[in-house]
Design a protein around this ligand. Structure first.
Ligand code: UGA
Length: 457
């Protein structure tokens, strides 16, 4: 493939690399664009939000993702990534990745408005007879690619497009690594189209090419939902066993999880008991799966129980705080960690939201700290709560501390700091980051997820 000159000074393509376009520069799109620009592609990123676009153009990531800002600045600077709101600039791209959001609507179905809009744009753009492949990466219900995406592409243009559904499995917080080293690549589509995309991935990921699974649209779409549903099920499962362990003297979910994780049929990941799963994907995808399943006439009992277990799990610190302090009105409660998991500033469906709302509703004075999500929290809670500038000052004069997110910097706070700074040293460890014996020896009243009461022999 020859390098079609973008602008003479900007093109640094070698003769064998592709021009690709990425529509929608959110958490998935921007990481995808940067990753392939770094690997030598010429990437045209299309984003319709002007503020976001300007920020990206300046080489700043609009959200926190470790490592992203550096790579972004580099690829913008050397011209391998060009971002624009003018789709026509992408007309020479042979592969068009679509990574727009597909949020849930209030009835649990999936809102495909952005996807439809982008597809119409892509279809109308085509100016020559070279075959393009449209690759949908956004999470969509099974049937969408065949019955919605394909007809839109066919309706808007006389040109024929190749079409693949290619789910992504990037985790926030380690998205750059996941984009560079995927553990499998799923491609749904007609064999000819899938072969073109597979060839692209082979070029990009050799010598670390993972297993490629070529299948039809529907399987590829369902794989994405099944994947997230299984991860959520593992977490809700271990949280359910944690609830049992909490009622058994001397039991500890950590030991139990470590042991069952060694059974290769179970596996050790996603067995950390805590305050449940949140984020922009698992909650949305499980809800969409329930809606889809019911629409198809299948009762999704298991998935509903997984969701309900999670709903109860994230409220557990409220019960623990009440048991330790009595009425919460007027009590000062320190919350360590706001993001739905470490290494992100994303608050969507974070346990912190549910815990803080509950505390505020009961009249507690809430003070919070998070290494990167404070700004996002201000948008949600404004002046209903207090914002500390570091973890230690967050603890000052607190009657109780709740650990909601397992940031590394919280792990290293010694028990003496809690004892010195808090009014009452009561710690609710929602993510099992502290050594219970050490904390109890230091005089702390520790309540930890999945830890039974300690009873001497
Ligand atoms: C998830 C999937 O892991 C990705 O593969 C997928 O691409 C992505 O959704 C998506 O659909 O786009 P992410 O939302 O970044 O990624 O978060 P996870 O790392 O899956 O964590 C989800 C939640 O589970 C977090 O709240 C985390 O704290 C919780 N969790 C995870 C536990 O409580 N215990 C565990 O052992 C693991």
């Amino acid at each position: 493939m020859s390098c079609r000159v973008w602008t003479a000074d900007r093109c640094r393509c070698s003769t064998n690399l592709e021009t690709i376009s990425v529509y929608g520069l959110g958490r998935v799109g921007l990481v995808t664009a940067v990753c392939y620009a770094k690997k030598g592609c010429r990437v045209i990123g299309i984003e319709s939000d002007q503020l976001r676009l300007e920020q990206i153009r300046r080489g700043n990531s609009p959200f926190y993702e470790p490592g992203l800002t550096n790579c972004l600045a580099e690829t913008i600077k050397d011209g391998s990534l060009v971002v624009t709101n003018t789709p026509s600039l992408s007309s020479e791209a042979k592969i068009c990745f679509v990574t727009v959001g597909t949020p849930n609507t209030s009835d649990g179905s999936v809102n495909l408005n952005d996807l439809r809009r982008v597809l119409s744009t892509i279809a109308m753009l085509r100016q020559d007879d070279r075959r393009r492949i449209v690759v949908v990466k956004s999470t969509v219900p099974p049937g969408t690619t065949r019955h919605i995406v394909k007809p839109i592409l066919e309706r808007e243009t006389r040109h024929r497009f190749g079409l693949c559904y290619n789910p992504e499995f990037l985790r926030e917080g380690s998205a750059i690594h996941d984009a560079e080293f995927p553990d499998r690549i799923i491609i749904g589509g007609e064999p000819l189209d899938s072969a073109v995309l597979a060839e692209f991935y082979k070029k990009m990921h050799e010598p670390n090419l993972p297993k490629l699974i070529l299948t039809n649209y529907e399987n590829a779409e369902l794989i994405k939902y099944a994947n997230n549903a299984f991860l959520a099920t593992k977490v809700s499962f271990i949280n359910c066993i944690a609830g049992i362990a909490e009622r058994i003297p001397n039991a500890d979910i950590k030991t139990v999880a470590d042991a069952i994780g060694l059974d290769q049929r179970i596996g050790s990941s996603f067995l950390n008991a805590g305050l449940g799963w949140g984020g922009s994907c698992l909650p949305k995808d499980l809800q969409a799966l329930v809606t889809l399943s019911k629409r198809l006439g299948h009762d999704p009992k298991l998935i509903e129980a997984v969701i309900e277990t999670n709903r109860e799990q994230r409220l557990k610190p409220l019960g623990a705080a009440r048991r330790a302090l009595g009425a919460l009105k007027g009590k000062r409660v320190a919350v360590l960690g706001l993001a739905f998991k470490p290494n992100t500033d994303d608050l969507r469906e974070a346990a912190s939201i549910f815990v803080i709302r509950g505390l505020v509703n009961e009249g507690a004075d809430v003070v919070v700290y998070d290494p990167v999500a404070l700004q996002a929290a201000r948008l949600v809670f404004d002046n209903a709560i207090e914002y500390a500038s570091n973890a230690q000052t967050c603890l000052d004069r607190a009657d109780c501390c709740i650990v909601v997110t397992e940031w590394d910097e919280f792990r290293s706070i010694p028990p003496a700091v809690f004892v010195e700074r808090m009014r009452r040293p009561i710690v609710i460890d929602g993510r099992r980051i502290y050594d219970a014996n050490e904390f109890i020896r230091a005089g702390i009243q520790l309540v930890a997820v999945g830890l039974g009461p300690s009873v001497p022999d």
